[in-house]
Write a protein that binds this ligand. Structure first.
Ligand code: SAM
Ligand code: SF4
Length: 330
């Protein structure tokens, strides 16, 4: 089968598709002042029909997994219609989402029924006060209730992501809370190392801490490193036979992080981004307007891959086009 391949031999079975920039949370590292409409860009977000054409083209280019993200993907009124389309009309094998979970307790049933193949929920701390301080919303209990509901409905493939923040959640107390959680729940928990963004330089300077503070903790506690599958994410995972769940670490500043890159991104307004931080990104939306543009669309995406760079060069302070992760789809 045809595969998307770049000039460094990397293949791309995985797409992260933002379906909206809008978000109702105010995470300090992402949208500290909440979502603000970009007045310089009045293009609407991709419609469900445009998403359908895009996903069909991608599936014919060997993409097997699409992650819906944002902004907060579940704020879109047609969110479940989009999931249905991806599942039934496009040939994409796995559809998963990343969400802040703010309505999870209300939509757990619909999520389970939708056929979604996985859900990543962002929870920066199991401490209610810390959660509220980071996100600007006191919704941790409802989110945890939502997770319980999903488990009762036997929904598989639940992951939790937290951004590791110096002086906020990088302490033994937080690590131990997550340990207890992962011991009793068949859920993977991963810390993401804070990334510098165009808008967030001061925040980064204040709160960035290397992921090794957490890996040191798990190494001391008998966790075993696990190897990755083809469409796996960037997380290095660790298992422990006496725990139901797994731990993981996403460390974008680690040496060789980009060597295993297997994903491309598409923004909510239909720009292809070759890297979360890359300066390269073109609009592919003009080729999502009619069904007979499929071949042209596939050709454009394949050719663009020649421009994908070897690394994100984050360690040099490059942030490319990315002001915050809500616009590029974290
Ligand atoms: N709103 C959804 C959510 O929060 O899960 C989806 C979009 S959010 C941009 C996707 C992920 O990016 C979240 O897990 C969030 O914690 C992470 N993120 C946002 N800004 C980040 C940053 N500067 N560094 C590292 N991770 C970040
Ligand atoms: Fe919203 Fe997600 Fe950004 Fe938090 S990380 S502000 S929930 S888009």
């Amino acid at each position: 089968m045809k595969m998307l391949r770049d000039s460094f031999g990397r293949t791309f079975p995985y797409i992260r598709l933002s379906i909206t920039d809008v978000c109702n949370f105010k995470c300090g590292y992402c949208l500290p002042n909440g979502y603000q409409k970009d007045k310089s860009d009045n293009r609407k977000f991709l419609s469900s029909k445009e998403i359908e054409r895009l996903a069909k083209g991608l599936s014919e280019l060997g993409v097997c997994k699409i992650r819906l993200t944002g902004g907060e993907p579940t704020v879109r009124k047609d969110f479940f219609d989009i999931v249905k389309i991806l599942k039934n009309k496009t040939g994409i094998k796995k559809t998963v989402i990343t969400t802040n979970g703010y309505r999870l307790d209300k939509i757990a049933n619909q999520i389970a029924e939708s056929g979604l193949d996985g859900i990543n929920i962002s929870i920066d701390s199991l401490n209610r006060e810390t959660f509220k301080n980071v996100t600007g919303h006191d919704r941790l209990p409802e989110i945890l209730k939502g997770i319980e509901k999903l488990q009762q409905l036997n929904f598989k493939n639940i992951k939790i992501n937290a951004v590791l923040l110096k002086g906020i959640n990088d302490n033994e107390k937080d690590f131990n809370e997550w340990s207890k959680f992962v011991k009793n729940n068949e859920i993977d928990f991963r810390y993401i190392e804070l990334m510098q963004t165009g808008d967030g330089l001061d925040y980064f300077k204040k709160y960035h801490v290397p992921a090794k503070v957490f890996t040191n903790h798990i190494n001391k506690n008998g966790w075993i490193f696990q190897t990755l599958g083809r469409d796996a994410g960037p997380s290095k995972n660790y298992i422990n036979p006496s725990f139901k769940g797994k731990f993981g670490v996403i460390a974008p500043y680690s040496k060789d992080f980009c060597k295993s890159c297997n994903r491309l991104r598409i923004t909510a307004r239909g720009d292809l981004r070759l890297c979360l931080f890359g300066n390269t990104g073109i609009s592919i939306r003009h080729l999502l307007q009619r069904d007979d543009q499929l071949e042209e669309l596939k050709d454009l995406i394949s050719k663009q891959l020649n421009f994908k760079k070897e690394s994100h060069y984050l360690e040099l302070g490059e942030t490319g086009l990315m002001n915050n992760l809500s616009t590029t789809g974290g």
